[in-house]
Design a protein around this ligand. Structure first.
Ligand code: CP3
Length: 344
């Protein structure tokens, strides 16, 4: 049973007692307990063991007092479940044994069903909804961000291969994006059916595109994903890094919540997308390393820019870093929760 639904209320722009807060990548290497579990299991092994995975998901909820849990998984989990050979290499990221660059490889991608491909993810969700008293957020990587890893084969700085592929083979690109979009839509809906109360679609690397390229090569495939989730009634958060120039285009997808990275102030983001959205963000992650008084000023600035308007979910502008301290993140949660008490 949910004891605390302020995260879901904020997603729907309803009045809340305090601003809800959670952190992208809130489970991870900054936690001693996580590092201990990682000595025994790889990242993917954690995801494949529902009891361990549920425990890892719960760690930050108990430790930090955040208002939502996010399923512990990776954006690569469903692709591995579909049979693609991808590993998460420490301090590198996802690495594919065989990058997907030829039409035959795209045609060979199988249809996706989470019960078959990743039954352990659905089982983890079922365990978690029994244990949690805050909402559980499911998630998936968006087609462009998934494709960037699949085509490049590994993390990239310039997105040269994936963008060249997109420009030179628009027909095959379309097939790849359509297949990924169908997978992502189905996966998210199945996460909601298993018990997730909201989902976040990470298009982390889409900010590397111009607005025109985003609208031509990416956005058409995004509409059905957001539509499919909205039809379940669960709120959808849409997030990308470095997307200041894309926010208006992304808003056309009508997610319930727009995730904003730290480079765009929330008052500016809200001005760009209009009042019909909730916003999530957007403390500069590196501010967590600042002296306490500087951190407090920066947290307060984010809250002030979001204003007194319902519909703000506090988060970092990107994920938690391994070097962060548990106590600094606890302090951020306290500051966010105290702000509302002081101001009301
Ligand atoms: O937020 C959470 O607590 C849920 C966990 C989560 C992970 N990955 C676990 C993870 C989430 C939401 C993700 C999403 C993800 N994975 C994204 C989108 C979000 C974003 O950060 O923009 C992306 C781009 C990936 C791909 C990926 N996986 C990268 C770039 C890395 C970092 C590689 C490294 O070693 O620094 C990973 C590994 C990964 N995924 C870790 C965690 C906790 C690192 C810790 C580990 O290896 O144990």
């Amino acid at each position: 049973m949910l004891k605390n639904d302020r995260f879901l209320r904020a997603c729907r722009r309803q009045v809340v007692d305090r601003t809800p807060v959670w952190f992208m990548r809130q489970a991870g290497r900054y936690q001693p307990e996580y590092r201990q579990i990682r000595e025994k299991y790889t990242l993917m092994e954690i995801c494949e063991h529902p009891d361990v995975c549920a425990e890892v998901t719960l760690l930050p909820v108990r430790q930090l007092g955040v208002d939502a849990a996010i399923l512990f998984s990776d954006i690569m989990t469903p692709l591995r479940g579909m049979g693609l050979k991808v590993d998460i290499v420490e301090n590198v990221g996802p690495v594919f044994e065989e990058p997907i660059v030829r039409e035959e490889q795209v045609s060979a991608l199988p249809p996706f069903d989470a019960e078959e491909a990743v039954p352990y993810v659905l089982e983890t969700i079922r365990i978690l909804v029994r244990e949690l008293d805050v909402p559980l957020i499911g998630f998936a990587g968006a087609p462009f961000t998934l494709a960037s890893y699949m085509v490049e084969g590994r993390p990239t700085r310039d997105y040269r291969k994936v963008k060249t592929f997109m420009y030179s083979e628009p027909r095959v690109w379309g097939q790849l994006m359509e297949k990924l979009a169908a997978m992502v839509a189905r996966y998210l809906v199945q996460q909601v059916e298993a018990g997730c109360q909201a989902v976040q679609v990470f298009d982390s690397w889409v900010g590397n595109l111009t607005r025109a390229d985003y609208e031509t090569y990416v956005r058409p495939y995004m509409y059905p994903i957001i539509e499919a989730v909205r039809a379940t009634g669960a709120p959808v958060i849409h997030f990308g890094v470095n997307t200041g120039h894309l926010l208006a285009s992304m808003a056309d997808l009508r997610p319930d919540v727009m995730g904003v990275d730290w480079r765009t102030d929330l008052d500016e983001a809200w001005r760009i997308i209009g009042p019909d959205f909730a916003v999530q963000g957007n403390l500069d992650p590196v501010a967590v390393f600042a002296p306490p008084e500087v951190l407090e000023a920066k947290v307060t600035d984010v809250l002030r820019r979001a204003g007194r308007r319902p519909g703000h979910i506090f988060n970092l502008g990107h994920g938690v870093m391994p070097q962060m301290s548990v106590s600094a993140l606890q302090r951020v949660v306290e500051l966010v929760h105290a702000y509302e008490v002081r101001e009301v």
